[in-house]
Design a protein around this ligand. Structure first.
Ligand code: GLN
Length: 295
């Protein structure tokens, strides 16, 4: 009985999901999405018919597997992840390989989905547009859930906390975030550090760099008075560059999540289910602890 209920609710859930995805697709007019929408309505019809062979299949598989069966990926059998591998310890190179917290979490998710993980290293700025347009399946890049980004992509359940921190030179007269007004601030273009610094201190006081390492170079050469960047890369940069330190006070507290195309709600559903399990069973924490040692 319980099992039957579970199957029924899983079927109901996917029917609901398909209905809502279909609705969204229906209003969009691009040829790509109309293809997807016809695929969605085919499976929707199948699931509402509920043929007996499908039911017996469903009995053997979990609701999660059912959800996983419905999504499509850019390349069949592959989970294509976009990142910017200049964000230690979330993503960075070890030799030719991209490693880090995000790479490992994504690998566990791909394993659970039965897909091969492929990582594309692109400019941070290009991740949201690339995922939105369906070029990549997921964006995993220490990416903060942000209202502007939510207009273009969907986000998973958060899997980590991010803090916007401030790097200064050891002899700096900036001793807390209260001293930032009127200073020249280096940031990585289109990160939340950039967005918030422009809001709080004015664009004219913010210098954008392509990546964190370049912003840190700007600080070392005196072009900017400080760098606002996420706490973990901030610590890595301060450790790797003599004469720099990270301020104790936090500039902002944020949440990191995986982003998806709004057209691929089934993939988001499947990944979320897995991610939530990986958070609940401590796997995500284990990966975080491997890369971030408690102070
Ligand atoms: N968390 C920041 C953001 O989402 C920076 C991420 C990054 O540089 N990879 O904007």
């Amino acid at each position: 009985m319980k099992k039957a209920l579970a199957i029924l609710s899983a079927a109901l859930f996917s029917a609901l999901c398909l209905a809502s995805c279909g609705g969204t697709d229906g209003t969009s007019s691009s040829s790509e999405s109309s293809q997807e929408s016809s695929a969605a309505s085919t499976s929707s019809a199948e699931s509402s018919e509920g043929s007996s062979s499908e039911e017996s299949q469903a009995e053997e598989s979990s609701a999660e597997t059912d959800a996983a069966a419905e999504f499509t990926t850019v390349t069949e059998g592959v989970l294509t992840m976009a990142t910017n591998a200049e964000f230690p310890p979330y993503e960075y190179y070890e030799g030719d390989t991209i490693v880090g917290i995000d790479a490992e979490v994504a690998q566990l998710i791909a394993d659970e989905l039965g897909l091969t993980l492929e990582i594309a290293d692109i400019a941070f700025d290009s991740i949201v547009p690339g995922v939105q347009s369906g070029k990549y399946d997921i964006g995993v890049a220490g990416m903060t859930i942000d209202e502007k980004r939510l207009e273009s992509v969907n986000f998973s359940t958060p899997y980590a906390t991010g803090i916007q921190a401030v790097i200064v030179t050891e002899d700096s007269d900036i001793t807390s975030v209260d001293d930032l007004a009127g200073k020249t601030i280096g940031v990585q273009t289109n990160t939340t550090g950039d967005i918030k610094a422009c809001e709080d201190f004015g664009m004219e006081n913010v210098v954008q760099y392509d990546n964190g390492a370049m912003a840190v170079e700007g600080l070392k050469s005196g072009k900017v008075d400080c760098v606002i960047i996420d706490n973990e890369p901030a610590k890595s940069y301060a450790a790797a560059n003599e004469g720099l330190k990270v301020l104790e006070t936090e500039y902002a507290v944020e949440e990191y999540a995986i982003c998806f195309s709004k057209e691929n709600a089934a993939l988001q559903e499947a990944v979320n289910g897995i991610l939530e399990d990986l958070i609940a069973d401590g796997s995500v924490q284990e990966i975080v602890d491997k890369y971030i040692k408690a102070e």
